[in-house]
Design a protein around this ligand. Structure first.
Ligand code: SF4
Length: 397
């Protein structure tokens, strides 16, 4: 099945076609249509969702509340599979990182971060990313393709399975999901929306809408549509208090500047039934780039009429970046200015440093269709040989 076919699986049954539909990423609505097209009742969808996402069952023959005849019929036309975990790392602080195979020599990463009152899974939405934010390891890898809904929800499924969560009365280790891994979620709109709705579906993971967050760098037209399809929480990767600086750090800002982005985010949040919801503003603090007191004052002013909570993230250095981690003094000074201005402002504790699982460090393995990784490799090598007129080229394999 091509990625496009899997992206929007046709919920019909064709017994002469050997291609089977993967039910892993199918929304409840699509699964209901699928059963109706088989001449079955809609409620079968809820039963199958529970088998897959709460009990971890991928073999139709184990679905004991479904008739044997239907199980056989299902096995003929459908299958259930999540992308395979290639490797798992456990950090000394309890963070767990998964490297997940998604075909074509590509791999993506998902990270689980335990805290005293929650367990958050950071999920990827694309293989690489086309947006090239200057502080982000994923952006330097270039872009290959969108993940299917099965590959997105499959990350939650695999992580939950690794903790023994997918069984009757299994421990609820994953309490929160953030779409903040590799990729820009709003550039893979349909699959991300279907996956987030499965996360919040009571027949699946049953997460509260306050515990599923989509983080965007600012694809405004897609953000304008988001409220029609989901009521999950929203985070904005802002990282700068003005357009000139944000154009450098988050290049999509040249297309959709800050004023447009914040107006769109406000419309989304104001359209939610829960009036207490706030937009999370993510601000990665980079030494001597966006961490000065004047930046903090400008940010406080910019956000004064927007319902936000601000999350400061110390930059995590990685190869291919010359940026440096913010000093603790500068970080706390920045926070104080925002708090004094009346904002809620927290500092994100860096987790999983020892396994490269901290924010902005997810790189996976991307067969780069955009050739950006080649450019960065050239730039890096050129930088190291800056006395030379000749720029040696070395490809990343
Ligand atoms: S920060 Fe997000 S949008 Fe920007 S390059 Fe990285 S993954 Fe893409």
């Amino acid at each position: 099945m091509s990625p496009e076919q899997e992206k929007n699986p046709t919920p019909t049954v064709n017994t002469t076609d050997v291609t089977k539909v993967n039910l892993m990423g199918m929304s409840q609505e699509k699964l209901e249509d699928f059963f109706v097209s088989m001449g079955e009742k809609k409620f079968r969808a809820a039963q199958v969702l529970k088998w897959i996402h709460q009990l971890g069952v991928t073999d139709f023959s184990e679905m004991s509340n479904i008739s044997k005849a239907l199980r056989t019929k299902l096995a003929d036309v459908a299958e259930i599979y999540a992308p395979e975990v290639i490797k798992q790392w456990d950090s000394s602080d309890g963070t767990r990182k998964f490297l997940i195979r998604v075909g074509g020599g590509n791999a993506i990463e998902a990270v689980y971060i335990p805290e005293s009152d929650r367990g958050t899974l950071c999920v990827s939405s694309q293989v690489g990313c086309s947006l090239d934010c200057s502080f982000c390891a994923t952006g330097k890898q270039g872009f290959n393709r969108d993940l299917t809904a099965a590959e997105i929800i499959g990350q939650v499924w695999q992580a939950a399975k690794s903790f023994g969560q997918l069984q009757e009365n299994g421990p609820r280790k994953i309490t929160n999901v953030v779409m903040m891994g590799m990729g820009e979620p709003l550039l893979n709109f349909d699959n991300v929306v279907d996956s987030m709705n499965l996360m919040m579906n009571d027949h699946c993971y049953g997460l509260s809408k306050r515990r599923v967050t989509l983080s965007t760098s600012g694809v405004v037209p897609a953000l304008d549509r988001l409220g029609q399809y989901t009521d999950a929480c929203l985070a904005i990767s802002l990282h700068a208090p003005n357009d000139a600086l944000r154009n450098e750090l988050v290049p999509i800002n040249k297309k959709y500047p800050i004023a447009e982005l914040l107006a769109s985010a406000k419309r989304y949040i104001e359209g939610l039934p829960d009036v207490r919801r706030k937009i999370t503003i993510e601000y990665t603090l980079i030494d001597q780039v966006n961490d000065r007191p004047e930046h903090a004052h400008e940010l406080a002013e910019l956000l004064k009429d927007v319902p936000v909570k601000i999350n400061l993230i110390p930059f995590n250095p990685f190869n291919l970046s010359n940026y440096k981690r913010v000093s603790n003094n500068a970080m706390h000074r920045f926070q104080k200015i925002l708090i004094d201005a009346g904002h809620i402002c927290t500092i994100r504790t860096t987790r999983g440093d020892d396994i490269d699982a901290a924010c902005g460090q997810l790189a996976g393995q991307v067969n780069d269709r955009t050739k950006r990784s080649q450019r960065y490799k050239i730039d890096t090598v050129a930088l190291m040989n800056s006395d030379s007129d000749v720029i040696p080229v070395k490809m990343i394999q």
